[in-house]
Structure formats: structure tokens, C-alpha cells
Design a protein around this ligand. Structure first.
Ligand SMILES: O=C(O)CCC(=O)C(=O)O
Length: 323
């Protein structure tokens, strides 16, 4: 992803293209707010959205679910092949999901979250890289602001009790961690037969209608459909943490639920965009405590977190010559 300016520069052609790009971006935003399809970019020109040229555009349908919290549904965001690729890749490394310990910022076990999961670093493979670029296109926030991909698997009544995605403790909001989480994109990789709805219990409106579990009726709920993606904001437009973004996963009571979470921060995650570029591919730890945790055996006991954040200390990669 290049760091080029907001719009293409240069001459009369540049001005015409600039005008068309602004019109396209406005149409896209108006379309999203109105819950209609997003207008395609003009002609065959690359679609500039403020942080470089997107190699892949996404032109799907956006449905507004709620303003409080701000939540939107991107229909058919992933193809069946992409969903199947992600679940196939994850299955061998699933471990019990953790939550964040509010005093230390470290992951810990909790029975409020009974799913299994794993993580993939940003750019893990070509499919994930392409999806991450699409996420940037659809959210209009650069790839650099994304965390790695969290994969989740629920079955036999497994759930995630309502929680906030924004951090209360300072450690996970520091500069290296990109500040506070701005938004979450939850991509559904399967369609469970019963339950598994993502629910916002404190939303302005509650969901009703056939096919929803009792848990889902306690708030605004979205039923997972393979390929769809749910976008919601953890921060309000004035940058404050939004209490209405409280959300959870209702128990999956029949079938399997697979989802992939993208947490997106207000700033670049893992250092500035330039630092990330310099480091890209280098073998580094994301936390200075990694060597100590690794010594205590956490690479084996907590692989989902450690393999993503403590790559160097867990021997997941070899340091480059100048690291
Ligand atoms: O799987 C879901 O529907 C919810 C997941 C979730 O709450 C999260 O990843 O923060």
C-alpha cells in the first residue's frame, strides 16, 4: 500500500480524474448511509480513496443496521472459496479463546468466552493480503491500521458474552498498538443452523422476527450468513468510546459458526506506516515482555497470541541480518 496523496496529481486530466474520484467517494458514502449498493468507480481508472491505489475494489451492497451503535452489513463481502480457505487454514491451530486481562493487557482464560480461535499475521498469505486490502477499501482506513486476523470457531453452545472491543487499560492503546480500536469488521465464514447471532444488547433497537434465538432478541442482532461481514464502530464520531458498541456472540446451538475478526485502530498498528514498511518481513517481537513469556513456556501454552505477537522469541522466524 503506497503512502501517496489523497488524489492523483497533475494537469487537466488530473483535475478531471480528481473530480470523478471525489464524486465516486461521495456516492459511496451516500450509498452506504442510505443502505443501498455502493456506486462503482468511474471508468477503468484506479479508485483512489486517500491512501494509495487499491488493487482490488469492492462494490457490494451495504445495509445500515443501526446508527446507535453505528453498525453496517456488507453483503457477500467474501467469496465461498475465501471463507473455505480461511477455515481450512485455521483448523489445525485452534486453541481455547482468551480475553484481555485489564490490569496487564495480557491474554487470559475466561469462561465468558468459550470459543476456540487462532491468529494470522497481517499479510500471512496472498488470500489474507487480498482480503485485508478489501477491508481497507470498504472501511476507508489503511491496511496499516489493522491488527492481524483473529479466527473464531463456535459449536455445541459456545459463545462470547457481551464485551467492548475498545481497551480500558493503557497498554493496548499505546503508540505501537495504534491507539484505541476504532471499528471492528466481523466476517462470517459459515452459516450456523441455530444461534450464533452477533448481538448488541444495549443498542437503540431490538431485533425480532422468526429464526432468532432468545439471546438474539435481547438486543439488535445479526444472523451470520457465510460471506457477509458486519462492521461496527467502537468509537463515536467525536472519538469517544461508545457504550452502545457492547456486543457478543449468542450460543451456537446447531451447526458450526466460523468468523474472522479485523480490529481496526485509529492509527497505524505496530509502528508508523514507514516503520512497518521498513520492518515488513523482519523477525521481531511486538512486546518487550516476549522473551520472558517465552522462557516461561507461553509459546506452547498460549500459542494463539504468542505466535502472532512474539514471533522472534517463539522461534517462529529467523531475524534478518540488521535486526
Ligand atoms: O463472533 C462474533 O459474533 C463476535 C466476535 C467478537 O465479539 C469479537 O471478535 O470481538
Amino acid at each position: 500500500m503506497s503512502g501517496s496523496g489523497i488524489l492523483p496529481r497533475g494537469g487537466r486530466r488530473g483535475a478531471a480524474l480528481r473530480a470523478r474520484c471525489v464524486a465516486a467517494a461521495l456516492l459511496a458514502l451516500v450509498g452506504a448511509a442510505a443502505g443501498v449498493g455502493v456506486a462503482p468507480p468511474p471508468g477503468n481508472e484506479p479508485f483512489h480513496v486517500g491512501y494509495g491505489t487499491l488493487q482490488e475494489e469492492w462494490r457490494g451492497e451495504v445495509v445500515r443496521l443501526s446508527w446507535r451503535p453505528r453498525a453496517f452489513l456488507f453483503k457477500r463481502f467474501l467469496s465461498d472459496e475465501e471463507c473455505d480457505h480461511l477455515t481450512r487454514l485455521s483448523r489445525p491451530s485452534l486453541t481455547k479463546s482468551t480475553v484481555v486481562d485489564m490490569s496487564t493487557g495480557k491474554p487470559m482464560d475466561s469462561n465468558t468466552r468459550t470459543s476456540k480461535g487462532t491468529f494470522f499475521q497481517r499479510g500471512h498469505d496472498a488470500v489474507i493480503k487480498r482480503i485485508e486490502e478489501r477491508v481497507a477499501a470498504a472501511t476507508m482506513v489503511p491496511v496499516e491500521n489493522q491488527e492481524g486476523l483473529q479466527m473464531l470457531h463456535y459449536e455445541d453452545g459456545q459463545k462470547y458474552e457481551p464485551h467492548m472491543d475498545w481497551f480500558m487499560e493503557k497498554y493496548n492503546q499505546d503508540e505501537v498498538h495504534g491507539g484505541q480500536r476504532l471499528m471492528t469488521l466481523l466476517m462470517y465464514l459459515s452459516t450456523p443452523e441455530e444461534g450464533g447471532e452477533t448481538v448488541f444488547p444495549d443498542a437503540e433497537f431490538k431485533s425480532s422476527g422468526p429464526g432468532l434465538s432468545d439471546c438474539a432478541r435481547k438486543g439488535l442482532a445479526n444472523k451470520p450468513v457465510k460471506g457477509d461481514a458486519l462492521l461496527f464502530y467502537s468509537l463515536t464520531p467525536d472519538g469517544k468510546e461508545d457504550p452502545m458498541s457492547l456486543h457478543g456472540s449468542c450460543p451456537t446451538t446447531k451447526g458450526e459458526k466460523w468468523s474472522a475478526t479485523k480490529w481496526i485502530h485509529v492509527n497505524a498498528y505496530g509502528g508508523s506506516a514507514a516503520e512497518q514498511k521498513a520492518k515488513w518481513g523482519d523477525c521481531v517481537d511486538a512486546n518487550e515482555s516476549c522473551p520472558g513469556w517465552a522462557k516461561r513456556g507461553e509459546c506452547a501454552s498460549n500459542p494463539a497470541y504468542m505466535r502472532q505477537s512474539c514471533r522472534l522469541s517463539c522461534g517462529e522466524c529467523k531475524p534478518s541480518k540488521h535486526a
